[in-house]
Design a protein around this ligand. Structure first.
Ligand SMILES: O=C(O)C1=C[C@@H](OP(=O)(O)O)[C@@H](O)[C@H](O)C1
Ligand SMILES: C=C(OP(=O)(O)O)C(=O)O
Length: 429
């Protein structure tokens, strides 16, 4: 794709979008399948940079991943990885890095060691809480560069026992432990400490673990009992539902462009927390007709500013920012401090780029307040190698001035076909 793309001013959006598979579900399903001993046929697996990294890593560990028609057939090794020593490059895929740290620490056998590394941004994204939780139970995980960040070297040595994990920076640390601890010899407990963020992703992990035959006993909101020596059991076939975070852009486009837009792949039956973005769309003035696995969104030409705690849906929350530019009053996106440790510092990047359009923006430690634009300025938007920055700012095409987006191709992390789809359903007349 071009280095930048100019999206001319649009006024309408209608049609049907079939969502690609969810990144969060795809990378969990790949890892869980790799931990089975019988094949799993994964349907509607997302094909994107983040899933490529997980697939390549599992393949390097000896897992057979074979594309048969539209299905990915994964034949796992129950954690009996093949190489004695290897280094795995995981790009900037948090859903690969964090779960693999814990899974490998739990399964490597004597004389095996694995280095996990990633791109330059991954080397700035924290893993300290997870690594400390593992080290406290004997894991040999060491930092190869900066303390607290990838790359890490993992050796065997982790024991079952009483684990405690700080969940205030990333829920991925908790998901990682929930997936890994059942593999240890011996029973464990897991206690969550700190103000846990992104909670629905923990529920997603628990639901998927149950689908793969793993039993986790939740004794309270923040405490789990986890039996050891469990085996992941192949469900045979596993369907990856559409990406609910990706759906947020089409819901927003329908709100701005009137709709109706039918979004297929996510509905009331979804197991992803980001389906709650439908409530945000309604609060901002849209209508959502929910089916079990799809929805239809309509807008009415009036967008309401909102103030809300978005801690539970940090990814979809970014989509509120471009909508706020068109609203009738200021919008405040609250409690999103961990935006700062994702693909880029999203609070800072969002404030900088929104201001280029003529918006008055206040950036707090853990919030952003966005005033509606009075006078649109045409701008060239930088995307910071952050797929969500690129996808969010496409929505500014509904302004009278259109929008230029630099490096739109960074959306390949989770949604490679995004801009083709955008041009297909968002029209200029
Ligand atoms: O577990 C997951 O699949 C994810 C959890 C969230 O991260 P944090 O828990 O770090 O907020 C989310 O932002 C990320 O895109 C995917
Ligand atoms: C934070 C994100 O990704 P990751 O899975 O790398 O954490 C995201 O997709 O918005």
């Amino acid at each position: 794709m071009a280095e930048s793309i100019f999206l001319e001013s649009r006024s309408q959006c209608s049609g049907t979008v079939v969502l690609p598979g969810s990144k969060s579900i795809a990378n969990r399903a790949l890892l869980m399948s790799a931990l089975c001993s019988e094949p799993v046929r994964l349907h509607n697996l997302l094909n994107s940079e983040d899933t490529e990294h997980m697939l390549n890593a599992l393949t390097a560990l000896g897992v057979q991943c074979e594309k048969v028609d539209k299905t990915m057939v994964v034949t796992g090794l129950s954690g009996r990885w093949k190489p004695a020593e290897t280094s795995l490059h995981l790009g900037n895929a948090g859903t690969a890095m964090r779960p693999l740290i814990a899974a490998l620490a739990s399964t490597l056998s004597a004389n095996q060691q694995v280095e996990l590394t990633g791109d330059s941004r991954m080397q700035e994204r924290p893993v300290q809480h997870l690594v400390e939780a593992l080290q406290a139970q004997g894991a040999e995980v060491s930092y190869k560069k900066a303390s607290g960040f990838p790359p890490v070297l993992i050796k065997p040595g982790l024991n079952a026992g009483d684990f405690s994990i700080d969940g205030s920076v990333s829920s991925q640390f908790i998901s990682a432990l929930l997936m890994a601890l059942p593999l240890l010899k011996g029973n464990s407990t897991l206690t969550l400490v700190g103000e846990v963020v992104s909670k629905p992703y923990i529920e997603l992990t628990l639901k998927m673990l149950a689908d793969f035959g793993i039993v986790i006993e939740r004794v309270s909101e923040s405490r789990f009992h986890i039996k050891g020596s469990q085996s992941y059991v192949s469900p045979g076939n596993y369907h990856v539902e559409g990406d609910a975070s990706g759906a947020s852009y089409w819901m927003a486009a329908a709100l701005l462009g009137g709709g109706p837009v039918t979004i297929e792949g996510v509905g009331a039956a979804s197991i992803q927390g980001d389906k709650a973005f439908t409530e945000v769309i309604q609060a901002m003035g849209g209508n959502v007709d929910m089916g079990q696995h799809q929805m239809t969104v309509t807008g009415f030409g009036h967008i309401k500013g909102i103030e809300q705690d978005f801690n539970a849906i940090p990814d979809a929350a970014m989509t509120v920012a471009p909508l706020a530019l068109f609203a009738d009053k200021p919008t405040i996106i609250r409690n999103v401090a961990n935006w700062r440790v994702k693909e880029t510092d999203r609070l800072s990047a969002m404030a900088t780029e929104l201001r280029k359009l003529g918006a008055e923006v206040e950036e707090g430690v853990d919030y952003i307040k966005i005033h509606p634009v009075q006078q649109w300025q045409s701008a060239e938007i930088d995307t910071y190698n952050d797929h969500r920055m690129a996808m969010c700012f496409s929505l500014v095409a509904f302004s009278p001035v259109g929008i230029t987006i630099n490096d739109p191709d960074c959306c390949r992390k989770t949604y490679p076909t995004y801009f083709q789809e955008f041009s297909r359903i968002c029209q200029s007349y």
